[in-house]
Design a protein around this ligand. Structure first.
Ligand SMILES: [Ca+2]
Ligand SMILES: [Ca+2]
Length: 224
C-alpha cells in the first residue's frame, strides 16, 4: 500500500524545468553569423579598395590580401620581366614594403590592407597618405617634369624628377628602384630630340595610378 502512494508525487517534479532553455540559445548563434562571413570573403573588386590598393592587388595572385615573395616574382614575370630581375625585384619590393606593413620587422610579406603605411619620401605623392589618387599632384608631375611638354615622361625626365625629389638616401633608393622598374615594364621606345629613349605617356601613367596598367600589360582582366 505505501509503495503505490509514492509514485504520483515524483512525476510533476520532473516536468517543471524542461521547457524554456533552448529558446534563448538560437538567436545568439544567428546574430554572430554575418560578421564572420563578411570578414572571410575577399573581394578585390570591392569599391572600398583605394587606388593604391588596387595597384598592388595585381601582385596578390591568390587574393588573400597579402603578397608573398613568390607572388611578387610571379606578378613581375606576368609583366614580362626576366627571371633574374623578377627575383631581385621581389626581394627589393617585399624587403622594402614587408616590414612597413607586416607584423614583424623582418616580414617579407606585404599586407595590402596597410599598404598606405609603406609610402616613403622622395616620391611623387600622387597617392596621398591614405592611398587615394591626388589629381592635382598628378597634373603637377607633368607640369613640372615633362620638360619638353610632349605629354609623356621619358627615362631622362624620370631621372631629373628623382634628382629633384630626393629627400633621403633610403627614400631615393626606393624611388629609383620603383621608377626604374616602371620604365622597364611600361615605357615605350620613342625618339626624343633625335635620340632613342623610352617614354610613358600621361594616359599610361594615369592607368598606372588607378591600378589598371599592370592588368593591361599582363593581358589580364582588371577585377574592378
Ligand atoms: Ca596573396
Ligand atoms: Ca616628355
Amino acid at each position: 500500500m505505501t509503495a503505490i502512494q509514492k509514485t504520483p508525487v515524483l512525476t510533476p517534479q520532473v516536468q517543471v524545468p524542461a521547457a524554456p532553455a533552448p529558446a534563448v540559445v538560437s538567436p545568439a548563434v544567428k546574430a554572430e553569423a554575418p560578421p564572420a562571413l563578411a570578414q572571410d570573403s575577399v573581394n578585390v573588386s570591392n569599391t572600398s579598395r583605394t587606388p593604391l590598393q588596387r595597384h598592388v592587388d595585381f601582385f596578390d595572385r591568390n587574393h588573400d590580401r597579402t603578397i608573398t615573395l613568390s607572388e611578387t616574382y610571379s606578378g613581375l614575370r606576368a609583366l614580362g620581366v626576366g627571371r633574374v630581375t623578377s627575383a631581385l625585384g621581389a626581394a627589393f619590393i617585399n624587403g622594402g614594403l614587408g616590414f612597413r606593413t607586416g607584423e614583424t620587422a623582418l616580414s617579407l610579406k606585404v599586407n595590402t590592407d596597410k599598404i598606405a603605411a609603406a609610402k616613403h619620401d622622395s616620391d611623387s605623392d600622387v597617392y596621398d597618405q591614405k592611398g587615394e589618387f591626388n589629381a592635382a599632384k598628378f597634373d603637377e608631375l607633368f607640369a613640372k617634369y615633362d620638360l619638353n611638354q610632349d605629354g609623356a615622361l621619358s627615362r631622362e625626365e624620370f631621372q631629373n624628377f628623382r634628382a629633384r625629389n630626393k629627400e633621403s638616401t633610403a627614400g631615393g633608393i626606393a624611388s629609383k628602384g620603383e621608377f626604374d622598374l616602371l620604365v622597364k615594364i611600361a615605357a615605350e621606345p620613342q625618339k626624343v630630340n633625335g635620340k632613342e629613349t623610352h617614354v610613358i605617356s600621361k594616359e599610361r601613367m594615369q592607368s598606372f595610378y588607378d591600378g589598371r596598367l599592370f592588368y593591361d600589360l599582363a593581358g589580364e582582366k582588371a577585377p574592378f
